[in-house]
Ligand binder design. Structure first.
Ligand code: AMP
Length: 160
């Protein structure tokens, strides 16, 4: 017999686990960030998001590896935004990325997820006037997204 009757109208197939749906809320994210995901039409967390968000929210270090398009940016952006909400401060996070294009894509996601909470980002990459970027840094954004070479140029300028 392949099934077991738990009540007159409720038959649960044997050995079939009832899987609980994983949501952004069940990962521990606050309502304002769950709503931001909803607005971006992110219906449920991706694999890398399910695996990394709860650990990052506990304040633990995470090393994640996932392919392009897997939702990696959300996996680190959402915990950064939530911990920033808990402890609001300027110059809160630095994201290092190898290319200009990735830096702008990451910034777009931070701004989309953080728009309702007033997040300010600065993108610090080569090919853009140093003075313009210095002014952006002087405004003390919450998040800096940078390529390494240009960030080092700014550090030299500040400390030499
Ligand atoms: P990434 O891997 O961070 O480059 O993300 C690739 C794309 O996936 C971006 O356009 C995101 O907007 C989108 N994305 C991230 N997380 C989710 C999700 N949970 N559901 C649907 N789309 C997502």
């Amino acid at each position: 017999m392949a099934s077991e009757a738990t009540s007159e109208n409720n038959v649960v197939p044997e050995n079939k686990e009832v899987e609980e749906e994983v949501t952004f809320k069940s990962l521990g994210l606050v309502d304002v960030l769950c709503e931001a995901c909803e607005q971006l039409k992110w219906k449920s967390p991706s694999k890398i998001q399910k695996e990394s968000i709860p650990i990052a929210l506990q304040g633990k270090d995470v090393i994640g590896l996932a392919e392009t398009g897997s939702g990696k940016t959300g996996a680190f952006a959402l915990p950064i935004l939530q911990t920033l909400l808990d402890n609001p401060q300027r110059l809160y996070a630095l994201i290092m990325t190898p290319t200009r294009e990735l830096a702008f894509q990451i910034s777009e996601q931070f701004e989309a997820l953080g728009s309702s909470i007033g997040i300010k980002c600065a993108v610090i990459v080569g090919g853009i006037d140093m003075m313009t970027q210095s002014l952006m840094l002087a405004k003390k954004p919450h998040i800096i997204i940078a390529t390494p070479g240009r960030l080092v140029d700014h550090l030299y300028q500040m400390y030499s």
